[in-house]
Write a protein that binds this ligand. Structure first.
Ligand code: CUA
Length: 327
C-alpha cells in the first residue's frame, strides 16, 4: 500500500546518514565505538521501555475494569514505579561514567595537536617534536592511524565546538580556556569535522577535513609541512607572487620562508597541499581559489577576509596559481 511504501522510504532515508565521512554511526576509532555502543544501549533500551509504558497505558485505558485491577495494586506500583527505574538507572549511570572515563584519559605517546576555532575557520598547530619544527596549517587535521591523538582546543573570538563524529565526542572551544579531546584513528581515510556550536552567520560553513594516514605517510606529510615554502622557480609564478606581495596579502597571511609574515589569517606556507578551501567549502584548485579571493564576502559574508574584486581574471589566475604551487 501507499502507507507501507512511504514507511520504507522514510526508513531508507533515515539510514542514509549511517555511514560515511561524517557519521557518529560509523565509528572509525575505539572511542567513537564506545560512544556508539552507549548510544545504542540508550536508544534501544529507551525504546523498549517506551513501548512497555505505552502498552500498559493503552491497556489501562481500554481493558475491561475488572481485568486491570492489578495495575493499581501496591505491588505493581512498587515494582514498576520504584524498583524497575532504580535497577535500570543504577546500571546505566556507571556504564555512562565508565565510557566517559575511558574516552577522557590522556594516552602515553599521544600526538599533541592544537586546534583554535576562529570565525569561521580552524587554525591547526603541530608543536615541535624531536627534530621536527612546529608548524601551522588550516582547516585540515592530519593524523596517523593507530597512534593516539590529544587535541587541545580553544577559540580566538567566540565559543565554537570541535566535533569529528567518526572519532568520538565533541568538545567546546572556549576563548581563554584549553579543553582536551583524545581519540585514535583506527581506519585510514578522509573524514569530516564540523563546528557544533552556533558561532555566527557562517557557523554552518565551518568544517574541516580529518585525514588519517598510515604512519609512514603521516611522517612524510609532517616533514613536508615543517619545511618552509618552496617557491617553484617558474616564470608564470613570478607574476602571482608579485601580486601577492603588492596586494598586501602578507600582512594577514604567513608564507614561511618569504617576507609574508601576517599571523591573522590562515598560514599559507603549504596551501597548495590542502584538500579544501574556505573551511571545507570547495575543493582546492586554481579556479575555486581565484573565485574565493574575488568573492569572499559573497561566498561567506562576515569572514575576516575582504573580497578582492579589483583583480582582473588574469591576475586572479596568476595569484591563485602561485598559491597552488605552494605544496
Ligand atoms: Cu564555529 Cu560554529
Amino acid at each position: 500500500t501507499a502507507m507501507a511504501r512511504a514507511a520504507v522510504v522514510a526508513c531508507a532515508l533515515s539510514l542514509m546518514g549511517c555511514d560515511g565521512v561524517q557519521s557518529a554511526l560509523d565509528p572509525a576509532g575505539g572511542d567513537a565505538l564506545r560512544i556508539y555502543r552507549l548510544t545504542l544501549v540508550m536508544t534501544i533500551g529507551g525504546s523498549l521501555i517506551f513501548l512497555l509504558v505505552t502498552g500498559l497505558l493503552l491497556y489501562a485505558i481500554f481493558a475491561a475494569p475488572e481485568r486491570r485491577v492489578w495495575l493499581g495494586s501496591r505491588r505493581t506500583v512498587i515494582i514498576g514505579g520504584l524498583a524497575f527505574p532504580i535497577v535500570v538507572l543504577s546500571g546505566l549511570l556507571p556504564y555512562g561514567l565508565i565510557v566517559m572515563r575511558d574516552t577522557d584519559v590522556p594516552r602515553s605517546g599521544a600526538l599533541p595537536v592544537e586546534v583554535i576555532g576562529e570565525q569561521y575557520w580552524w587554525r591547526v598547530k603541530y608543536p615541535a617534536e624531536q627534530e621536527r619544527a612546529e608548524f601551522s596549517t588550516a582547516n585540515e587535521l592530519v593524523v596517523p592511524v593507530g597512534r593516539p591523538v590529544t587535541v587541545s582546543v580553544t577559540a580566538a573570538d567566540v565559543i565554537h565546538s570541535f566535533w569529528i563524529p567518526n572519532f568520538g565526542g565533541k568538545v567546546d572551544m572556549i576563548p581563554g580556556r584549553v579543553n582536551r579531546l583524545n581519540f585514535t584513528a583506527e581506519r585510514p581515510g578522509t573524514y569530516r569535522g564540523v563546528c557544533a556550536e552556533f558561532c555566527g552567520d557562517q557557523h554552518a560553513r565551518m568544517a574541516f577535513d580529518v585525514v588519517a594516514l598510515e604512519p609512514d605517510a603521516f611522517a612524510a606529510w609532517r616533514d613536508e609541512q615543517a619545511n618552509p615554502a618552496r617557491e617553484p622557480d617558474l616564470p608564470d609564478r613570478a607574476r602571482g607572487r608579485e601580486l601577492f606581495r603588492a596586494g598586501g596579502c602578507g600582512s594577514c597571511h604567513v608564507v614561511r620562508g618569504t617576507e609574508a609574515d601576517g599571523a591573522f589569517g590562515p598560514d599559507l606556507t603549504h596551501v597548495g597541499s590542502r584538500r579544501t578551501i574556505g573551511a571545507g567549502q570547495f575543493p582546492n584548485n586554481v579556479g575555486t581559489l581565484a573565485g574565493w579571493i574575488a568573492n569572499t564576502q559573497h561566498i561567506k559574508p562576515g569572514v575576516r577576509m575582504p573580497s578582492y574584486g579589483s583583480f582582473t581574471g588574469e591576475d586572479l589566475r596568476a595569484l591563485a596559481g602561485y598559491l597552488e604551487s605552494l605544496k
